[in-house]
Design a protein around this ligand. Sequence first.
Ligand SMILES: Cc1cc2nc3c(=O)[nH]c(=O)nc-3n(C[C@H](O)[C@H](O)[C@H](O)COP(=O)(O)OP(=O)(O)OC[C@H]3O[C@@H](n4cnc5c(N)ncnc54)[C@H](O)[C@@H]3O)c2cc1C
Length: 499
Amino acid sequence: MRRRTFLIAAVGALGTSVLAACTPQPRPTRSPSPTPSPTATTQPPASAVPQPASMLRSRWSVDPFALGAASFAAVGATSASRDDLAAAVDDRVFFAGEATSRDAPGTVSGAIDSGSRAADEVISASDGSERIGVIGAGVAGLTAARALLDAGYDVVVVEARDRVGGRIDARTGGSWPLTVDLGPTMIADGDEALHSAVVAAGGDVVSFGRADEVRTAAGTAVAVSGVGAAAVADAVEWSSQQPHDVPLSFAIGQSEAGALSTTPDEAGVSDADWLSHQLDSVVQPRTSATDERLSAWNGGATTPGDGVGGAIPLAGFGTLADELADGVDVLLRSVVTRVVTRNDKVSLRLRTGESLTVDRVIVTLPLGVLKSGSVVFEPELPLPKARAVSILGMGDSDRVWLRFDEPFWSTDATVWSTIAAGSPVGLWVNLLPDTGYPVLVGTVAAAEAARLAAIDDDATVLAELLASLEPFLDEAKRADAEGTGTATPTPTPSDAQSG
Ligand SMILES: Cc1cc2nc3c(=O)[nH]c(=O)nc-3n(C[C@H](O)[C@H](O)[C@H](O)COP(=O)(O)OP(=O)(O)OC[C@H]3O[C@@H](n4cnc5c(N)ncnc54)[C@H](O)[C@@H]3O)c2cc1C
């Protein structure tokens, strides 16, 4: 049984009870998967795809200062949840960060805007002679700090890592011909403000020529179909008629999307496969969430091609973070463990036992960190905010960068995905046409991101990645490998590194 068929059957069996819908549903395993289970690590599968010259990958879900990649609208969460998260406590403890952005959560722009908003709130609540603390030197914190500094405040940023940027993690040097950003890699189409900010920070930007190609496990390119996107739109429409929010997966099971044909066409692809493709290659990479957790009301709506496009900053987003941090007093390697408000002052307690006292603070901790409770607030956060922390979701997503000495593919398509192939990678971006470098950037999202992030061994992960690229292997190279039997177990790349 194909993965989606199984899911639809499982969801259908739940009946119409909304209560039942809120019970976590097991994510079925992908039946035609070429990928091994995380424990089956002894023999990586043979791959005809050549070994990359370099590999870098992020592991955001196990990063203690992120604990996930981006916030998402989980079942029950609304824009009001983000407003509750953003609301200041007694004009003394202010909040910013991508998760507080109503308009652009999970983006660099949303984080920047939230930092500006929080700085404005501090300015309205105080006079310019105060000392302001900012927790976190991601773009939200740095934007807030910069604005307050420009307004004449005494500002100190307290950052847990040994670098600024947070989820912007730009790596340069080594054998890489361009900057590898293990977080954001794209400026969305039409985001002129971010485009200008990156250029002003000295970064080169090339426009990204989007051209999609979808292939089956056998390597057959199939015409991109709108069936999956239409099915998700049907499910979202069905949910809008319901009295309660439900998981997108449940809405799919109850709407017409649940009755999609599972009969494969001559390429071996069914309508139900297109629905799976829409979820795995569009919805999950865009939201970082599985359809079992995503709100049908507020998280499900997507358009084909959502989330990939626009422009690529060749120097990554690191130049932007560095520019924002220029001249700002940032205390690196300083992990905040307690935020104590008393007598019109805020004390920031550090893991080292030290503390510093400020008049007000802007908290830009990622939602995953807030959820973990690793930073304690005294007094406790007000109920609406605690509820927002709990009800909003923190999703998982990772980037994998592979650099090859020469391309093993012959397609000029820039966005690759597979259908009915069980790939852990939602989509691959081929940077060759736009940058001239044979570099592929994969996005692994939601449950697959969490699964791969839990694997320490890069060689094991690389074996899965190369298997997922086999459908894109150039025909002649595939024939060579099959004819001469040169497919080899995947070796460890000499300079493999984790983020
Ligand atoms: C894989 C991935 C791909 C993405 N792709 C894109 C994209 O293509 N385009 C786009 O626009 N956006 C993208 N994003 C989203 C974007 O990167 C984020 O929305 C944005 O960078 C978040 O900024 P922030 O300042 O809110 O949070 P962060 O950057 O996470 O900053 C929070 C800071 O708080 C620090 N911190 C945590 N705990 C503590 C503590 N206890 N004490 C002190 N400091 C602490 C952290 O180290 C961090 O520096 C992507 C994100 C990921 C992970």
